[in-house]
Design a protein around this ligand. Structure first.
Ligand code: IMP
Length: 202
């Protein structure tokens, strides 16, 4: 099965490939929008992760492919769940990870550790092309805490600020394998893999 991930984020593509392989899914070839020659942008106009994931997955589906999309973001309790679906553009367009992290540090300035709770959310939408069955969404959640300043160099986005108290490390201090084992996207991908196996021989 050719599965087209509606993303150009190389980190996400690599993470998802690894999780699919670790779930024993061998008959899926994961392609990106570039691989199918689509160079446009997809406007993420939804107000929930589910809406945005479906909007993104419907692009490859409308071109005759099995579409897959992840919409993810960080919900910070002290900010009423922000930046949420606006995580990529928290500090404005275009997406700038360093500026987003600076803005988040400033927004939480002075808050003690116990008031810095947050969670990463990943919703994955799978949409077949017309006539090939029903689509579905799955959701993975990983709770954590926002640090006062970043730690670690791996990963992307808010990884250096996202602290996992149980592991005593940030996402940016984990190898990709370790991150996949606990992360919001890893959890959502495992749920997705289980659903896919139920419906197709992959
Ligand atoms: P999306 O591409 O619309 O899903 O935007 C997700 C945004 O949320 C990214 O640009 C990051 O800012 C943030 N994000 C989502 N997943 C992660 C992660 O695993 N680590 C760090 N930041 C993430």
């Amino acid at each position: 099965m050719k599965l087209v991930l509606a993303s150009r984020n190389p980190h996400k593509i690599a993470e998802i490939k690894e999780v699919l392989a670790s779930c024993g899914i061998q008959k899926v070839e994961l392609l990106s929008l570039d691989d199918i020659g689509y160079s446009g942008e997809i406007a993420e106009t939804g107000t929930t992760f589910e809406e945005n994931a479906i909007i993104k997955a419907s692009l490859p589906a409308s071109m005759g492919y099995f579409g897959l999309a992840d919409d993810s973001g960080l919900e910070v309790d002290a900010l009423g769940g922000a930046p949420g679906v606006y995580s990529a553009r928290y500090a404005g367009e275009p997406c700038d990870d360093a500026a987003n992290n600076r803005k988040l540090i400033a927004a939480l300035e002075g808050l003690p550790e116990e008031a810095r709770g947050c969670r990463f959310v990943s919703v994955i939408a799978f949409l077949p092309p017309a006539g090939e069955g029903e689509g579905f969404t799955v959701r993975g959640v990983c709770p954590g805490r926002i640090l006062f300043q970043g730690r670690g160099y791996d990963g992307f986005g808010y990884d250096p600020l996202f602290y996992l108290p149980e592991l005593k490390k940030t996402y940016a201090e984990l190898s990709r394998e370790e991150k996949n084992a606990v992360s919001h996207r890893g959890q959502a991908m495992r749920l997705f893999a289980a659903e896919l196996k139920k419906r197709f021989s992959v």
